[in-house]
Design a binder for this molecule. Structure first.
Ligand code: FAD
Length: 450
């Protein structure tokens, strides 16, 4: 019997387990992978520093491959936006070395690892989650922290009356394929990540080319999983991998995987359980980045669980402070990514021409992109005469949609900041946020399904 059972030893699980063990709790960390493979995740490997500042864990040099100072975004017609991220620098990770470092830190602080243990689902007794069932037996704990990622066998098998959403719909997922490639010639700029937007080729997603050193790149494509979506591997090979950069290049690693692109679950706690990382959809819906969010939510949830256990509690109400920290605080990841999800739904609906016009005429300025992705605030650069101009070029609806979107994003933020103080007001709160998103989805239909 453990105080805390952490299901899944990805970034979220390792940080959650480490945080609880450091506070003196008896923690079991379970993963399906063998110990030496933990951390080996198919990923773009980019991580922004601002997440690391929140978990206050030193990151050793050996897990970084290089530092990133900005992003270049290409519009469908090749228009280029260069976004310098001076205040929000990033790093590229050696993903396995990073995962192994997090795991080692957890174990050194007293976490007991059970590797090669496939979890089938939660153990429920008297309306409480009491542990997890694995292929080799049951593991009990006072509280379970679910960190098993998007396809979570824990979350998806929870009974409905626990108050946690269990399903993630395909339309809210990107299927992403990525390769790490050794290229023949030195990269032009190793300090910039590149993103290519072209909805007619890369529907509901984008291609990324991230440098991992002088001659190594992490290249991939994610596409929204709506009817008729192309296989991202085939699409990557028939488009971007034909670039001169890849002539004579060799793949070192290959693989595809789903990534959540939806807003975080509206409630992340139930009796005896908290959900962290991608299991709770803590992924930036616009970029698909979720590694930093996984660690931050892992730490937060572990601290809430430890506080509750110190008071002899583990019920939904006692764990509710986790929801409050995520939704009610200005920089809470629940609130921020719920707001950004509205922008994602809009972005997946617009045409290649709309993207070109938007970028060319700087409706959103390059520097305001950082505010959008870090704070979820949409600043529109609408000067006098813009309306006339947009009417003239027949894109008035784009402008109107953006103005509408901005006001909805503000409304969503306010609704999140009004998150109920206790489970009592939750059903009412959820009804309203669900209705707001239903309305958005009616107005902004994915471009590829039109
Ligand atoms: C192609 C791709 C590119 C990405 N690029 C980036 C990027 O550049 N930057 C970024 O920040 N994010 C990126 N992401 C997202 C990021 O990788 C995830 O959001 C993040 O790793 C989530 O961490 P996690 O710990 O919540 O879950 P995971 O990393 O998914 O970890 C879950 C753990 O649970 C274990 N597990 C799952 N099921 C079971 C089971 N049944 N039994 C036992 N154990 C189980 C798994 O083995 C795994 O160790 C990308 C994702 C993809 C797919």
């Amino acid at each position: 019997m453990y105080d805390i059972v952490v299901a899944g030893a990805g970034s979220a699980g390792c940080v959650a387990a480490y945080t609880a063990a450091k506070r003196g709790f008896k923690v079991c960390l379970i993963d399906a992978k063998p110990k030496e493979k933990i951390g080996n995740k198919i990923c773009g490997n980019a991580l922004a520093y601002h997440h690391l500042e929140k978990i206050n864990l030193p990151i050793p040099e050996k897990v970084k491959t290089n530092e990133i100072e900005g992003i270049i975004i290409y519009s469908p017609s090749g228009h280029k936006w260069e976004v310098h991220t001076k205040r929000h620098k990033g790093i590229m990770l050696d993903r396995l070395a990073f995962g192994q470092y997090l795991l080692k830190t957890a174990i050194e602080n007293g976490v007991e690892l059970r590797d090669k243990s496939v979890i089938n689902g939660p153990i429920i007794k008297n309306g409480f989650v009491r542990g997890v069932a694995t292929i080799s037996g049951k593991i009990y704990g006072d509280v379970v922290i679910d960190a098993t990622g998007l396809k979570s066998p824990v979350r998806s098998n929870l009974p409905k009356n626990l108050g946690i959403e269990t399903e993630i719909e395909d339309k809210d997922v990107n299927f992403a394929y990525r390769e790490i490639r050794k290229v023949k010639n030195r990269l032009g700029n190793e300090k910039f990540c590149e993103i290519y937007l072209e909805p007619s080729k890369f529907p509901g997603g984008y291609v990324w080319i991230f440098p991992q050193g002088k001659r190594i790149v992490n290249v991939g494509l994610g596409v929204q999983k709506v009817k008729g979506y192309p296989h991202p591997k085939e699409r990557l090979y028939s488009t971007m991998l034909k670039m001169e950069l890849f002539n004579g290049s060799k793949a070192i690693e290959k693989g595809g995987m789903d990534v959540s692109t939806r807003r975080p679950l509206p409630s992340l706690v139930g009796n005896g359980i908290l959900i962290v990382g991608e299991a709770g959809s803590f992924v930036d819906p616009v970029t698909g980045g979720g590694n930093g969010q996984a660690m931050v939510t892992g730490k937060l949830a572990a601290n809430v669980a430890c506080n509750a256990l110190e008071n002899g509690k583990k019920d939904r109400e006692s764990l509710w402070t986790y929801n409050l920290a995520l939704y009610k605080q200005e920089d809470g990841y629940g609130q921020k990514y719920t707001v950004l999800d509205a922008f994602r739904i809009f972005l997946q609906s617009i045409t290649p021409k709309d993207i070109d016009y938007g970028m060319q005429h700087e409706i959103i300025k390059e520097r305001d992109l950082i505010t959008l992705t870090t704070q979820g605030e949409l600043k529109l650069n609408i000067r006098e005469g813009v309306e006339r101009f947009f009417r003239g070029i027949g894109r008035l609806s784009l402008l109107k949609n953006l103005v509408y979107l901005k006001s909805v994003m503000e409304e969503i933020r306010n609704h999140c900041l009004n998150y109920p103080e206790s489970p009592d007001g939750f059903d009412e709160w959820k009804k309203k946020i669900d209705a707001m998103f239903l309305e958005l989805e009616k107005r902004f239909v994915p471009y590829s399904s039109k």
